[in-house]
Design a protein around this ligand. Structure first.
Ligand SMILES: [Zn+2]
Length: 478
């Protein structure tokens, strides 16, 4: 026996025994994956504790479970055979193994209970059909941005329409499992395609989610000669790649985020450093700075990387720049002010509509305002040009109506005195013909650019079409 001095017979466990257990129980309990042991210090033969590698890995996510037991996380001194078998039977271990399989699998059928159920040969056709219907409902729900909670009412409605839908998975939790299964399957498919592709490019942009957290969005662009139709057509695919949390919006932060995202999608550094050929992004310094921007970091790994600044975004910025110190500033202010006069005031909107309707009665057909509402449009937004063009068009169209309404309001004693003063100021300014002419001028200048911007935002845009559209627009300006 070992050097224990106490006389009570202590069981000792040898390394050979544990290794035998691991092999013998692997088929049933996957012991090669999780059963680990610790040796008695300074002893090459005896085992001091048994551990579960998988429970250790996912400990953070198990600790809140009701019957959590830290024995196999910290190392169990109980060296009976029954000890590790009991651990294998525990809820926490089952949960940990599920997490482990998820992490190591691209095939949803290996761990998702729903997918497993569907593939069971014993499942009858009608049950399979009911499950399929619920899969379709869940898919539609995420596509339409509906809350998972709507799963139940939607299923209830289907049933009222005579569709057999079955009793299981008809709630938000069910919906979440369907969606997770679908997502994993799509992800696995995309991973496989990227692995087969010889080259790919990434398109990225950041945004904030509903919790106001920064997220980086990734699309992947790759050549896909395999899934074309039988007539031999091939495709360049533009697919959703991932959304990942962006910890810092700096060049370095973006670089870390890109690397993590590629790893998450199963693309190894060796692979992307050979295959990645392009990066599409907007023109912020964090993206395209050649020293401290993402571009700078990535070109160190990939010297041939082509970084392209989104054309539509570039156009927007150059127009903004070109108009900076011009009369446009005043027109832009006007757009905002007239919008705020009517924002949140149903009464004013109603009065305005009456004025427009009255005008229609005394105008000839050609002088009639064109179609559309009467309210001033909001002129600011992410798509600068498009917003300005439609707001200016509406303003020029209804200028007379707006002005006469503002004059009435500025004289109406029911309006607060302070507001009346403000409105009087607007009227004085906007009465000048220069202002109306300015609106019309900028509308005419921006309209062709708006069309160009739309072309540059097309899904199927290629460089030839972009150049053609640019030449056409330049010609319009003579
Ligand atoms: Zn375990």
């Amino acid at each position: 026996m070992s050097g224990h001095s106490d006389s009570s017979k202590k069981r000792v466990l040898t390394r050979r025994t544990v290794e035998k257990w691991i092999v013998e129980n692997d088929k049933e309990l996957d012991t090669t994956i999780w059963l680990k042991y610790e040796m008695v210090p300074g002893d090459r033969k005896h085992v001091s504790a048994l551990k579960c590698g998988v429970c250790i890995q996912f400990n953070d996510r198990l600790i809140s479970l009701r019957n959590y037991n830290p024995a196999f996380v910290n190392g169990s001194k109980n060296t009976r055979t029954s000890a590790f078998k009991e651990h294998a039977d525990m809820d926490m271990h089952a949960r940990a193994m599920l997490l482990y399989k998820k992490q190591h699998s691209t095939n949803v059928c290996e761990y998702a209970p729903i997918a497993k159920a569907i593939l069971q040969p014993s499942m009858d056709e009608s049950t399979r059909l009911k499950l399929k219907r619920k899969f379709e409902i869940a898919y539609m729900m995420v596509k339409e941005n509906l809350a998972f909670k709507k799963m139940k009412p939607l299923c209830d409605m289907e049933e009222r329409h005579g569709v057999e839908i079955g009793a299981s998975y008809r709630n938000d939790i069910g919906c979440a499992s369907f969606v997770e299964s679908i997502a994993t399957d799509l992800k696995g498919d995309l991973k496989y395609k990227i692995a087969k592709a010889k080259f790919f490019s990434l398109l990225i942009d950041s945004s904030t989610d509903c919790a106001n957290v920064d997220e980086e969005l990734f699309l992947v662009l790759y050549f896909d000669p395999y899934s074309g139709s039988e007539d031999g057509t091939v495709h360049v695919r533009d697919k959703f790649f991932a959304v990942r949390h962006l910890a810092r919006g700096t060049g370095e932060g973006l670089y870390i985020c890109v690397k993590k995202t590629l790893a998450y999608m199963g693309v190894t550094p060796l692979e992307w450093q050979c295959k990645m050929i392009g990066l599409g992004c907007d023109g912020t310094n964090a993206n395209i700075g050649s020293r401290n921007g993402l571009k700078g970091y990535l070109t160190e790994d990939i010297p041939w990387l082509i970084v392209s600044w989104c054309l539509a975004h570039r156009l927007e910025l150059s127009v903004k720049d070109a108009l900076k110190d011009t009369f446009f500033k005043e027109i832009d202010e006007l757009l905002l002010q007239v919008y705020y006069v009517y924002e949140k005031s149903p009464k004013k909107c109603h009065e305005l509509k009456e004025i427009v309707d009255n005008l229609k009665q005394c105008l000839t057909d050609t002088e009639m305002p064109t179609k559309g509402g009467t309210r001033p449009l909001r002129a600011s937004g992410t798509r600068f040009i498009a917003h300005k063009v439609s707001a200016l068009a509406r303003l020029v169209d209804r200028y007379g109506a707006y002005l006469s309404h503002l004059i009435t309001l500025s004289q109406d004693t029911a309006v607060k005195s302070l507001d009346r003063q403000k409105l009087k100021g607007y009227v004085l300014k906007w009465r000048k013909s220069k202002v109306l002419l300015g609106c019309a001028l900028f509308h005419d200048v921006l309209k062709p650019l708006g069309i160009l911007s739309k072309v540059l935002q097309e899904d199927e845009l290629c460089i030839v079409r972009a150049i053609e559209a640019m030449v056409k627009t330049t010609k319009m300006f003579g």
